[in-house]
Design a protein around this ligand. Structure first.
Ligand code: NAX
Length: 333
């Protein structure tokens, strides 16, 4: 029998929290043999909502769910934590400048990182969902003394899945027939969804697109004018159509991010701490194509990156550098 895994979810009383809790407790994230203890962190205004979600967890009577604890104190919520999903963040208010947004979130992710350093289990792994996710992960990692920075990642799996979804529509194939899509850079509108290494039913996606769309130039135009902006701005499209931001798909992506990191995968996308791969400055939390052997995501190295791709990656990395510098100027690290 496997030991119980302690999973901490911040912002658990919010929308994505509500979509995450039941799937984690049902075993969708860690598999059917790993019992879980849930630790829910909220701010005082969010505690009642988390308590309500916990009542419903009881009413699901999940066989794998051992225990649920709710707190507004990071030291309590991260005590013994094996896996942390940092979802709660400060949203951008009306008229809020980027520097204000970064500062407000540094005030959340700095202390949470410190509490993880003090209270979490030695093997803890952290994924940041709350925006600006990459830089929030950078702040948390820098604040967690004693925990290797590479245990901190940020979610770009939703962007990855959105890219796969667009290709299924255009190529008329199933999602599980598409491999090796990559998201590079920041989880923002500057991200680069890249299909240059991708295959659909074994055929290169760029060739399959050229066949469907009437040639290589038409395929490139579709990638530049339709695919890339649609994936990068899908969050705004969901808000416009649904009247509310992405919730179920975000929770699903967070679950798949942790599941594949733990179980292993030959290829997906995640924002990880750069070790200088592909010229991305060391220490930035940047999305790359990654694999996992069950012991954490590692960048897939040695891929060919052409000039067009390089320019797009550099533009997104420049945004990450600017965010890092703005946070540094605040004296956060
Ligand atoms: P909600 O506003 O529904 O929930 C956020 C919850 O976090 C609230 O209950 C709030 O009380 C709580 N919270 C705020 N500060 C906290 C703190 N210091 N400690 C603990 N809890 C705190 O937002 P929701 O729709 O759940 O989205 C959560 C975050 O995910 C947002 O930052 C959002 O921008 C981000 N997203 C990230 C995505 C990604 O792919 N990386 C996609 C979806 C989503 O946009």
């Amino acid at each position: 029998r496997q030991r119980e895994t302690t999973v901490t979810i911040t912002g658990a009383g919010g929308q994505i929290g509500y979509a995450l809790l039941y799937r984690i407790a049902a075993g969708d994230m860690l598999g059917p043999d790993r019992p879980v203890r849930l630790r829910l962190l909220e701010i005082p205004q969010g505690i009642r909502s988390a308590e309500g979600a916990a009542l419903e967890l009881q009413d699901c009577a999940f066989p794998l769910l051992r225990d649920v604890e709710i707190s507004d104190a990071p030291a309590v919520a991260f005590d013994g934590c094996d896996i942390a999903l940092l979802v709660g963040a400060r949203p951008r208010g009306p008229g809020m400048e980027r520097a204000d947004l970064l500062a407000a979130n540094a005030g959340i992710f700095g202390p949470q990182g410190a509490a993880i350093g003090e209270a979490a289990s030695d093997g803890v792994r952290v994924v940041v969902v709350g925006n600006p996710a990459n830089t929030n992960a950078l702040i948390a990692a820098a604040s967690a003394s004693g925990i290797p920075a590479d245990r901190f990642t940020a979610l770009t799996r939703l962007d990855h899945n959105r890219a796969v979804g667009q290709l299924t529509q255009t190529l008329g194939v199933r999602a599980d027939e598409i491999e090796n899509v990559a998201i590079w850079g920041n989880h923002s509108a500057t991200q680069f969804p890249d299909v240059s290494h991708a295959r659909a039913r074994g055929e290169r996606v760029v060739d399959a697109l050229a066949e469907r769309l009437g040639g290589g130039d038409a395929a490139q135009a579709w990638l530049d004018d339709t695919f890339i902006p649609r994936v990068a701005k899908r969050g705004a499209e969901i808000i416009e159509v649904r009247g509310s931001s992405s919730v179920a798909s975000a929770a699903n992506a967070a679950i798949e991010h942790v599941r594949d990191e733990q179980a292993g995968t030959p290829w997906t996308s995640a924002a990880v701490v750069s070790r200088g791969e592909y010229g991305v400055p060391e220490g930035l939390v940047c999305s790359f194509p990654v694999r996992s052997d069950g012991n954490g995501y590692r960048v897939i190295e040695g891929l060919e990156v052409d000039a067009r791709a390089r320019a797009r990656i550099e533009a997104s990395v420049a945004e990450l550098v600017a965010e890092r510098d703005a946070v540094r100027a605040l004296g956060v690290f």
